[in-house]
Design a protein around this ligand. Sequence first.
Ligand code: GUN
Length: 325
Amino acid sequence: MAEKPLDEITPFDPDARGRRLDGKLTSSHILAEVGEHVTEFVERVGRQPKLVAVLVGDDPASATYVASKARGCERVGILGETLRLDAEVTHDTVADTVRTLIADDSVDGVLVQLPLPRQVDAKAILDLVDPAKDVDGFHPASVGRLWSGRPALAPATPSGVIELLHRYQVPLQGRHAVIVGRSNIVGKPMAALLLREHCTVTVCHSRTRDLEAVCRSGDLLIAAVGRTAMIGPDHVRDGAVVIDVGINRIEDSELLAELYPGNEKRRRGFAKRGYSVVGDVDYHHAAPKAAAITPVPGGVGRLTVAMVIANTLAAARRRAGLDSE
Ligand code: GUN
């Protein structure tokens, strides 16, 4: 059966308020394009690209994330495998697993799902991932390439944010981007990517003084701290574009009612599952001030998965000699 054509992405309007930026639609566009390139890759190289995810232990969020990557791979014709290791596994076993995947010529992309259990030295494991297969972009050489302006596999979440902003035609050049959060996975690479787009970039963190005022100076506000609804309307400049990277579970029905007053869909979902997934931004109260804003769920999370898959294709093309760097 032919797939239904995708809805178009209507460009950003600076005069609108509360416009929802759709991560699901954007990721469908990205995956459709990746799928076309995968078909071309298979014709030219004679095999499918392959991604292997290493999942240690049984953290439910990690399992969900890895499963959605496997589904995305299937959708575009990439082989997606998950290697599951027991939570009590030794550091050396995880290291040997990664070394084996790096040595395997049929594998184009390797990612080790974080967090890893305490007995495993995560930094030492990430150092084993050959930058040519580093679809998460976490190896120090990948980080250095990104910051020095060379072609690099960049971390998926911030790359997804850039894709979303481009596809909605949000102007970036010369704009002030304020990032809240300085993690290696999101905040820091987000700063590198926004600098590449000619933004003026400020990175805030837990010790930033007068966070509200700094956030209010942003044309673009990116929340990536992992704290439920910590960014409220007082952090948002009128007409700013707000990107919510947070994915937090709340299990308190009173808090849910406060954050989403009168939202029947949320209430029903909560009643069924016993929790609700919310972002770092107090969406209901902040959205009316923003020109555009990403929801949670349905925002950045989807894009992360699409970009890991796009990175796998990019790694496969480079390894097959189809792209020069
Ligand atoms: N844990 C949370 N985010 C990520 C990610 O982007 N990649 C990996 N490997 N683990 C994560």
